[in-house]
Design a protein around this ligand. Structure first.
Ligand code: ADE
Length: 225
């Protein structure tokens, strides 16, 4: 699977993909992540990527030319299943959408900044608009990293223990049960006896009950879907 991310701040995306599971997925050749600097596609002599909004108002608007030039170049090289624009007014990302995207081939992601991007970019090129939640960030880079992370870990072969993605909170209907590791007793705070019992069926039952209790307490909406 291949991601192409278009941004004016490529530096913001240097680190998120250079660690842990995302790095491993790239090393295994399962995922390719390419970051493109929109400034390299600026067409005027000042290399500007934004301009004042028509009609007045505060803030700058990202221009269509750098987006169009970069998108057209990439589209000439391969076909894209989705061109996603990260924006707080998009559809909210959830596990279902991450699952759907994890079986795609090529995905392009556009990061906005300033007051937004010229509406014609959205009208002409974007196939899907995604938000990572009801709050506003300074740009689409961190949301793009969140989207890529949520998708890449679901691609078969990325997680060494494939069942671990399947048992994630949100992958089923329930949140995860609590987990513990050594020491079994830390300053009198003990790990539940059941987890030390070696009785696998009873441990599974306990985990299910804990998951159910946690879901009822924190996210009852998940049980009513
Ligand atoms: N850009 C700024 N805020 C965002 C959000 N919450 N989700 C996606 N893109 C954004």
């Amino acid at each position: 699977m291949r991601f192409d991310i278009l941004t004016v701040l490529p530096g913001l995306l240097e680190s998120p993909f250079a660690h842990s599971i995302l790095l491993r997925a790239q090393k295994k050749g399962i995922a390719e992540i390419h970051v493109h600097n929109l400034r390299d596609y600026a067409t005027n002599k000042h290399k500007s990527v934004d301009d004042y909004p028509y009609g007045g108002g505060s803030g700058m608007v990202m221009m269509i030319e750098p987006f169009a030039a970069c998108i057209e170049k990439l589209k000439a090289e391969r076909e894209y299943d989705e061109v996603i624009f990260m924006t707080p007014d998009g559809e909210t990302l959830n596990q279902n959408i991450a699952n759907q995207l994890s079986v795609k081939g090529n995905i392009m992601i556009l990061c906005g900044h300033y007051k937004g991007i010229d509406q014609r970019v959205r009208d002409l090129y974007v196939t899907r608009e995604m938000s990572i939640g009801d709050y506003v960030l300074s740009g689409g880079e961190l949301p793009a990293a969140v989207l890529v992370d949520s998708v890449v870990r679901l691609i078969p072969g990325v997680l060494s223990d494939e069942t671990s993605a399947l048992s994630d909170s949100f992958q089923g209907d329930l949140l995860d049960a609590p987990v513990y590791t050594r020491p079994a007793d830390w300053n009198g705070h003990k790990v539940p006896d059941i987890l030390l019992s070696g009785n696998t069926p009873e441990i599974e039952k306990w985990r299910f009950e804990q998951a159910l209790e946690r879901t009822k307490a924190r996210r009852p909406d998940l049980l009513n879907e």
